[in-house]
Design a binder for this molecule. Sequence first.
Ligand SMILES: Cc1cc2nc3c(=O)[nH]c(=O)nc-3n(C[C@H](O)[C@H](O)[C@H](O)COP(=O)(O)OP(=O)(O)OC[C@H]3O[C@@H](n4cnc5c(N)ncnc54)[C@H](O)[C@@H]3O)c2cc1C
Length: 393
Amino acid sequence: MNTTVNQEIVVLGGGYTGVLATVRLARRTRRAKVRITLVNPSDRFVERLRMHQIAAGQQLANRRITELLDGTGARFHRAAATGIDPAARQVTLSDGATLHYDTLVYALGSATDTERVPGVADHAWTLNDPVRAHHFSERLTELAMAGGTVTVVGGGLTGVEAATEIAESHPDLPVTLVAAAEPGSMMGPGARAHLDRAFERLGIVRRIGVQVDKVLPQAIRLSTGELIASDLTLWTAGVRVPPLAADAGIATDATGSVITDATLRSVSHPDVYAIGDAASVVQPFGRLHGTCQSGMPTAAYVADAIARRLRGREVPPFRFGYVHQPVSLGRRDAVIQFTNADDTPKRWYLTGRVAVRYKDIVSGSPWPVFGMSTRMTVPVQFSRGGRRTRDRV
Ligand SMILES: Cc1cc2nc3c(=O)[nH]c(=O)nc-3n(C[C@H](O)[C@H](O)[C@H](O)COP(=O)(O)OP(=O)(O)OC[C@H]3O[C@@H](n4cnc5c(N)ncnc54)[C@H](O)[C@@H]3O)c2cc1C
């Protein structure tokens, strides 16, 4: 047993990456003198990947982070981080507490940006919060009975998944998808054609290649001045990351994400690691974009890297390659575009029931993986270059 280490490790953010990093680190440092504290505003684990399902009226299991951490040795502090003092190595919290850290894991994720376009914060709904998403689903049901219109703004995967889920669960409700760029433009022609057929089948009206410049109480306004009537507007266009790192003087890129080195430490503050959506991670093919597919490997890698360094061992650089773009199209259809490591499409893709099954496996609840990670080192996700995250410490 190693009795020389005495380290305070604070993990900020209890989303997909923060929770995985915490349980994996607790497992990997179980014989070391380490105290791990996970900080999150809520004890409820939010399955962001499936928020569009809540918005369409489905129920998801209520998962408690404290139940998961029970018996792992890691502590849970329910609060929001309000500031970081890197010189003092302290985090201030919304409940007035301060936490000292020797190592900080920055896993604050991202949220839909409601500031960039006027009216979004006041008149549009987002998938940022499960309680609000549930209220949205109630409004949808009322609207379906009253005869209204729904608009989903944003042609990224979140917008596509939300629009198809809503259209499938409310077949009589007119759904319009408004986007600046063609949905699925990063997919190959076969997968894109399947996406188009799904939109047709579900009766989703598409307004593509347009910019929304204002959201009004019952309409959206395009940059051309045209108004599109919308009783209920769901905004999925653009994300932002919390400003804490930038406010603390930790080096960030233009989006506010923490710039990391080859082992995912802040380039300005090596005692700060960054993972998930709030980290700027660059691979030979470019910067990773915010997905669980890349986020979960960053979390597993950082847990392993911290454990290795505590034992005085070398840490190999983080390596990652994309495998797929899995997109649900309601509960009965999906499209999976297989990709090269740099996320460009391969020729192969799956559709229909096989794709639904595949999507369920890769984007289902991470809870079983978290649970297993409290007891063993779980290979997190198949991704080329991710094998290093499975090295034993
Ligand atoms: C509808 C939807 C569908 C998606 N589908 C997919 C998909 O199919 N595949 C895929 O790979 N990705 C998908 N994504 C993206 C995926 O959800 C994110 O990449 C992933 O959640 C990032 O994990 P994270 O841990 O970085 O952030 P999050 O999971 O967002 O967690 C961040 C955590 O930090 C907490 N936090 C925030 N501020 C503070 C603070 N000040 N103090 C303390 N805690 C704080 C939050 O409450 C949250 O718990 C989807 C996203 C959405 C919205």
